[in-house]
Design a protein around this ligand. Structure first.
Ligand SMILES: Cc1cc2nc3c(=O)[nH]c(=O)nc-3n(C[C@H](O)[C@H](O)[C@H](O)COP(=O)(O)OP(=O)(O)OC[C@H]3O[C@@H](n4cnc5c(N)ncnc54)[C@H](O)[C@@H]3O)c2cc1C
Length: 512
């Protein structure tokens, strides 16, 4: 028999979502945690991208994992199930955490009754942290540092949730050496699309574990992740080297990426008039005089330069660090006189972007494009895309990241998709910021980039992917598609979870 609160939910959904059977689930007070008021709906209807608006019928503010389990079961019991999306910090750019006409789960609510980060050690696993899926990486970092420990793999921006980045991959300059964040997880608790709360790891329910990592929220909602911790260094030697030649820039990057005794962090970016050396990723790395010097070189080099960024961590007892860094960069082929160095506490380096919260302007949009591309095709990509489109059109406003990743550090059994067959692939991040009214200009540029790659046979894979059509998803997953589909049928057969990714769910349009 359904209790009174469940009846309320039934009433709510029968009116709005039109289903008719009575769920037998027992969810005390679940209705109290479901909100349908305009503020709740508005907060869950758009995201950091500010490009699409997709409104749910309700937002669940769970007080426990059980509330989420009950919600998922409730949907399963409906003749026509409603979509459910976990919303981490809403930092997707294309409505991936939306549930148009369904229910968005405000994951942050799970952490409202106190910290859900616990640091532990055991002989078999070493140091690790059990962390709620809703936790922000900045809080994981702070909690670890209290014990002199830290995760090894990061994103550039730390105000993202653990569940959100593990659903993608979680990449940054550490990924070449330690793998993406999904390669540094020991265990997960997941609420599957069937409505079961399951613990999983490499040795226990391993198929679910591998499916969820990089799984775009399709198989389950991560409520806990066990993250590997290492002893934390205390400081970072932070270096940027400017190149005027793409080929030297990338071959030096590759040399560093594959060098065991090299840096702990390696990235790179492209500098143009519209993508200046200082930007929101680290607002004050360069002094005004350094900026002027780089601007002169930029002009002399036809308006394009390449910046290699590396970091070596250390502790105060290492008095040799200066020499180690000098040795590391000695034979690199940057423009003489164009090396810039900083020495900062580890926390300042990892949290270099800070919080962008106050910067979320209503009229600002972020039509980002993130790609992976095989190393063997970067010269073609440079000519056709970087020079011919990005540089020539000179529209890109925001950072342009370009750095190599080491495929050996990725587990091919997870759901994450990277270019096949080559040990090194590159990531391009076009992190556009623009007025919403002008976002079409950048959307158009992104479209041209994808078209050129297709025409020239450059085998790109989108990171943080966004596709309109099922055929595109099938192509995106390539040889992984069959497994991806089979896992969906097993863990979310009624296709309830993360409908905003639009992989299995028909498009329900409601863009701005
Ligand atoms: C300023 C900025 C900087 C960024 N920098 C990087 C970077 O350096 N490296 C990088 O890899 N990415 C980066 N990203 C991208 C970011 O990793 C993804 O957008 C990520 O999904 C954001 O996390 P979120 O918590 O906001 O997730 P949301 O946007 O809320 O959700 C993303 C997807 O994951 C699902 N999801 C959310 N929580 C869970 C959960 N607990 N369990 C299962 N599914 C869940 C959602 O349903 C949705 O499908 C950046 C994004 C921004 C805006």
């Amino acid at each position: 028999m359904a209790n009174s609160s469940t009846k309320l939910i039934i009433l709510f959904f029968t009116t709005i979502i039109t289903f008719s059977i009575s769920p037998t689930s027992n969810a005390p007070d679940l209705d109290l945690r479901l909100r349908t008021d305009p503020d709740a709906i508005r907060s869950a209807s758009s995201d950091y991208g500010n490009l699409v608006k997709r409104s749910p019928h309700a937002v669940l503010y769970p007080s426990s994992e059980n509330d989420v389990v009950e919600l998922v079961r409730l949907s399963n019991e409906c003749p026509t199930p409603f979509g459910i999306a976990a919303r981490g910090h809403g930092h997707s750019v294309r409505g991936q955490a939306a549930a148009h006409g369904g229910v968005v789960v405000d994951m942050a609510s799970l952490g409202r009754n106190g910290s859900r980060i616990r640091v532990s050690w055991d002989e078999a696993l070493g140091y690790y942290a059990d962390v709620g899926g809703e936790q922000l990486w900045i809080d994981v970092l702070r909690a670890g540092l209290e014990h002199g420990l830290a995760p090894v793999s990061w994103t550039d921006y730390l105000y993202l949730t653990v569940g959100g980045t593990l659903s993608n991959a979680g990449i940054s300059g550490q990924s070449s050496f330690y793998g993406p964040q999904i390669s540094n997880v020991l265990q997960l608790d997941v609420i599957t699309g069937n409505g079961y709360l399951v613990s999983c790891s490499e040795g226990m329910n391993s198929e679910l574990f591998l499916a969820v990592l990089g799984g775009l929220g399709q198989f389950g909602i991560i409520t806990r992740a066990r993250i590997v911790l290492h002893k934390a260094p205390t400081r970072a030697k932070w270096v940027r080297l400017i190149y005027d030649d793409f080929s030297m820039f990338t071959s030096d990057q590759e040399h560093l990426a594959m060098n065991g005794n090299g840096p702990n962090y390696l990235e790179g970016s492209i500098i143009t008039d519209k993508s200046p050396p200082n930007n929101w990723r680290s607002t004050s790395f360069y002094s005004p005089s350094h900026q002027t010097k780089i601007q002169f070189l930029l002009k002399a080099n036809g308006g394009i330069l390449y910046s290699l960024e590396l970091v070596k961590y250390y502790t105060a007892t290492n008095t040799n660090i200066h020499k180690e860094v000098e040795l590391m960069i000695k034979d690199l082929r940057f423009v003489p006189g164009f090396s810039f160095k900083k020495d900062v506490p580890l926390l300042d380096f990892l949290n270099r972007v800070g919080s962008l919260e106050g910067d979320d302007k209503e009229e600002e949009a972020h039509p980002w494009l993130n790609l992976f591309l095989p190393k063997s095709q970067i010269m073609d990509f440079h000519a056709a895309v970087i020079l011919n489109l990005i540089h020539t059109q000179n529209q890109t406003s925001g950072p342009i990241l370009f750095y190599p990743l080491n495929r050996q550090k990725w587990d091919d059994r997870t759901s994450a998709v990277v270019p096949e067959d080559e040990d090194i692939f590159y990531t391009l991040g076009l992190l556009h910021s623009t007025k919403r009214s002008e976002s079409h200009v950048f959307e158009n540029l992104n479209k041209q980039i994808l078209e050129v790659c297709q025409r020239k046979g450059i085998r790109i894979k989108q990171y943080l992917p966004h596709y309109e059509y099922k055929e595109d998803w099938v192509q995106h997953y390539g040889s992984k598609w069959t497994t991806f589909q089979e896992r969906k049928a097993k863990y979310d057969p009624r296709m309830i979870l993360s409908p905003g990714q639009r992989i299995f769910t028909p498009v329900m349009e409601s863009d701005f």
